[in-house]
Design a protein around this ligand. Sequence first.
Ligand code: SAH
Length: 444
Amino acid sequence: SLVNMGFSEDEANRAIIRCGADADICVLVDSVSASRVAEDCHSRNLSDHQVTDRCFNSFGGRKKARLMEESRKKRKRYGGGGQGNRPSLDGSDEESMPLPNPMVGFNLPGYSGSSVTRMLSKLDTGPPFFYYENVARAPKGEWAKISRNLFDIQPEFVDSLHLCAAARKRGYIHNLPIENRSPLLPLPPKTIFEAFPHYKKWWPSWDTRTHLNCLQTCVASAKLTDRIQRALVSSSNPPPKSVQKDVMDECKKWNLIWVGKNKVAPLEPHEMELLLGFPRDHTRGVGKTQRYKSLGNSFQVDTVAYHLSVLRRMFPNGVRVLSLFTGIGGGEVALHKLGIHMRVVISVEIGEASKKIFRSWWDQTQTGTLIEIDDVKSLTNDRVASFISQFGGFDLVIGGSPCNNLAGSNRHHRDGLEGKHSALFYDYVRILNFVKSTMAGRRM
Ligand code: SAH
């Protein structure tokens, strides 16, 4: 369709890689138009500011308007925005923000698809840099709302499946540069067998999984794994297709792995640590249920580190971090693994188990200053102002606010950002805005 509309095959392919094969035609047109304008701006050597104005205001000019009209006739309703450049977030476009497929973000290590270029306005770029994370599959309209509250910056949706052996679909909104990123080395295991070669001998040929699903906050009961074992023991080998299907449904749902003949089991916490990029035994020292819960909520370290890697060159003397909803410290572990010294971390985390895990890791690995605050609500603007005076500002404001009302197995009510837990997002916004305006006022 894009070629029929007058775009080159190359442009069409690049847009499809950027936005995903199932992206709406209007999203693809937007993406091609945005690239054209960006290229045009660069070839004319316009200043950053002019580039931003042109790219975001004209966004493709008359040709695009005509093409949009054509495609609008083809489809009555469409969603706004693909991966990368800023879509218009007004009017009906605001409602939906289609998830790209493949979910590879703006670029990924070793991914051959062409990467996205984006330009942020001078006001939106750091310092302070900020990095916000949440589940990709939020109720309709929630990512548009999140984006609107974070300077209309387009989310970068990444499924960690492309970087490690487990899926984790997350959206990230940040103002970090996206060029010259580098992955953590050594690269993490990319398949189940690379991660856990010793389970190969028990893996039946009819279980064709190469990757695990998203690691959750709770795991399958012994009752379920026993039931699976009994069903397999009393079946032929290989079992009938119907039994295979039932077993595979449970294995996929609960991320079960083959640990013996006919025997499936949930991942152990240390196996989840490996998949998520944490050091072995990172979460040891608290109860198993707490370990699963905090791991299920955490960042995938390799993914976050890839995005944060650009800070290494910018801050050779280390960073001052305001870490909201620290959890078990996925962001801090990523910075540490990147070799970025944390001069200061103000860590805001309410969960006792997570705090214990994070503090113990910090004490073992860090030399910088750690200040802990329990409840984000108690981090008033006055307190933020006094930290800014004390430390001379922040280089990075990082956090993923609770997703309990957005998605996941731990959701309480799927009532979106306004839900009791997920509304803590607005504290992230409040604090970030306050840091930005205070630092701008003091020209830090
Ligand atoms: N990115 C983190 C996990 C974030 S999950 C990691 O890598 O581990 C969201 C976190 O917000 C949870 O750890 C939860 O305990 C914490 N939280 C929930 N309510 C909070 C509040 N009012 N103040 C501070 N932290 C809170």
